[in-house]
Each structure stands twice: as structure tokens, then as C-alpha cells.
Design a binder for this molecule. Structure first.
Ligand code: ASP
Length: 333
């Protein structure tokens, strides 16, 4: 099973190249681009690029890319294979946003395997921005989704193992800790796209923190925390311990810093510094990562701790995987 922990040492990788459909290589509109968090961003970007390459919209592209992450892989941190909360329930958070300010999200959604599409339906078919819990599931079923048990046998096994200690301990994804069988206990796919007509969109989807309290909602479905997009400036998305992003309205902060003239990388770095300045001691113990793209297609990222990777895909190259810089560069423990 692919994991971010298989991250290779070079800064620009060909990960996912084997899966790259030949027809997509060096094709598509020159202004279009899609970026996503983590290693699984490479194949997710390719799913999004299949839309952009045909002249499709940024919103369709990010939905397609996020849907791939939700079901096209089996990862312990996103979609149907996500690890459950401490009571054994898989609960999913997702948000989607267009550069014109339209947005929708779902939080603590159970039993529905494409929360990103439910979030888009909230945006397009309701007068609201966010639906949660049982109400979100009811809406999804009304929209034709089937409720199903998303807990995989592997997630169940991991949960039963976790119950032996019941210790809530979000891991910092430092690559030196990579080892066979060491599973992620949190991650998110955050994706930003710009289409041939210059429209921006973003999507963010996750099962949140493994072993979280029942009812816990992270940053991913909170517009401005896990995702923010503005056609006038650019977009930002986040991964890591979501409480920090919510405390700092972090994705909104990154976009506002770009509005003030920072490059995407500078804006992400400054937002990370804000996280550190608010809770210096806590920030040593947890991971926070930002990825941003401005309206010109310039991309930047920054993380608290080393280990954050992000994928970039455009007409020139569909499988670039880059390593983010970070405040802390050595292994914590
Ligand atoms: N941000 C997600 C959450 O807090 C988890 C992650 O991206 O690592 O739910």
C-alpha cells in the first residue's frame, strides 16, 4: 500500500510516472495547473489534469482529483479507508471552493464515500455552506448517495490495536521514522487548480485525526482554515493538526498575505511562523503544512516539521513531487 513514508530523497521525483497515461504527457492548456498535498497528490493531480487537459473547469478538476484520493487508493487518512475515531466510527470532513467565493462543506459525515461531491452539492444545491453529521448524511442520501460501512478490516484491526493503549498521539511525519507497517495517523489531500480561463478552485478532504474524539471536526471542512480560494489573489490549503489551522484561520491568512504581496512560499512560511508564535511549545510536538498557489500559477509550500511533500502538475510535467521546507528540520523523537 503506498504511503507518504515511502518518500524518496530527491527533491523532484518521478513518483507515479509509471501510472501516468501517455496521452497526458506534455499536453493540455499552458495556463492550467493543479497542485496537491503529499505523495498521493501525484496520482490525484493526474485525475484532475485529465479534466484540465480537455479544457475543463478548475472546480471539476479538483472534485475529480479529490474523488480519486477518497476511493482510488486505500490510505488510512482520506476517504473510505480512513482510520476511525476513538469510538470506532469513520467520520469524513471535506470542503470545496471556487475563486468567486462559492463554497460548500461537510463535517463528521458517516457512511458516504465521496464527501467532496457531497460538499459540492451543498455549495450548488442548498442555501447553506456547511452540513454536519446526521444532517449531512441525510442530505447525501437525498442526493442519491448510498450509505455504507466505510470501516475496512484493516482500519478495524488498527483501531482494536489502538484501544489497548487508547493514547491520542498525532504523529509528526518525519521521513526518518519510515518503517514497514508504520501507518499514518493523520493527513489530508488539499488540492488547488487554475484552469485555462484563469478561474481558481480548491478541494480538501480527509478522515481527520485517527482516534479523535467522537464529534471532533478538523480544519479541512472549515472555509478559511483548511482551504481558501480567491480569484483575485490565489488559493491555499493545509494539512496537519487541524486545531492549529482553525486557531489561526490559516488558509485565509496565507491568501491574505499573498494579497499583501508575499509570494506563495513566503506567505506559507509566515503563516507557519504565526502558528509557532501562538503556541511555541505545542508546535514542537505536531505537524502543520501549507500549500499555496497564486493566480499566476506560482506555487509555494512550508511546514512546521520536515517531511511534507506536494505534487505539481501542468502542461509541462504531470508527475512532479517536491519537498517542502520547514521550520524544524530534525526528527523530534
Ligand atoms: N488537517 C486534518 C485534520 O486535522 C489532518 C491532517 O491533514 O493531517 O483533520
Amino acid at each position: 500500500m503506498p504511503s507518504r513514508r515511502t518518500f524518496l530523497q530527491s527533491s523532484l521525483l518521478a513518483a507515479g510516472a509509471a501510472a501516468l497515461p501517455r496521452a497526458l504527457a506534455k499536453t493540455g492548456p499552458s495556463g492550467a495547473k493543479v497542485v496537491s498535498t503529499w505523495d498521493f497528490g501525484v496520482p490525484a493531480n493526474q485525475a484532475a489534469w485529465a479534466v484540465l487537459a480537455k479544457g475543463g473547469s478548475a472546480i471539476d478538476a479538483v472534485e475529480a482529483g479529490a474523488r480519486w484520493a477518497e476511493t482510488g487508493q486505500c490510505n488510512s487518512t482520506v476517504g473510505r479507508c480512513g482510520y476511525p475515531d476513538r469510538d470506532g466510527f469513520v467520520t469524513l470532513d471535506a470542503s470545496i471552493m471556487k475563486g468567486d467565493g462559492s463554497c460548500g462543506s461537510v463535517a463528521a459525515l458517516e457512511g458516504i464515500d465521496h464527501p467532496i461531491t457531497v460538499a459540492r452539492r451543498v455549495m450548488e444545491k442548498t442555501p447553506h455552506v456547511m452540513l454536519v453529521g446526521a444532517g449531512a448524511q441525510q442530505f447525501a442520501i437525498e442526493q442519491g448517495f448510498k450509505a455504507q460501512d466505510l470501516r475496512t478490516p484493516e482500519a478495524e484491526k488498527a483501531w482494536k490495536e489502538w484501544l489497548k493503549t487508547s493514547k491520542y498521539a498525532p504523529e509528526i511525519n518525519v521521513e526518518q521514522r519510515a518503517m514497514p507497517g508504520n501507518k499514518e495517523n493523520h493527513d489530508t489531500i488539499g488540492m488547488l487548480a487554475i484552469d485555462a480561463s484563469g478561474q481558481l478552485a480548491g478541494a480538501c478532504t480527509t478522515s481527520g485525526m485517527a482516534w479523535k474524539m467522537r464529534g471532533r471536526v478538523g480544519d479541512s471542512p472549515i472555509i478559511g482554515a483548511g482551504l481558501y480560494v480567491d480569484n483575485e489573489v490565489g488559493g491555499a490549503t493545509a494539512s496537519g493538526v487541524g486545531e492549529e489551522m482553525i486557531r489561526n484561520a490559516a488558509s485565509f491568512l496565507v491568501v491574505e498575505l499573498m494579497r499583501q504581496g508575499r509570494s506563495p512560499a513566503e506567505a506559507c512560511r509566515e503563516a507557519i511562523e504565526r502558528v509557532v508564535s501562538k503556541r511555541p511549545e505545542a508546535s514542537k510536538e505536531l505537524q502543520v503544512c501549507f500549500l499555496a498557489m497564486n493566480k499566476h500559477g506560482e506555487v509555494g509550500a512550508f511546514a512546521l516539521h520536515q517531511g511534507f511533500s506536494y505534487a505539481v502538475c501542468d502542461a509541462g510535467k504531470q508527475d512532479a513531487l517536491l519537498r517542502s521546507q520547514s521550520i524544524y528540520t530534525s526528527q523530534k523523537s
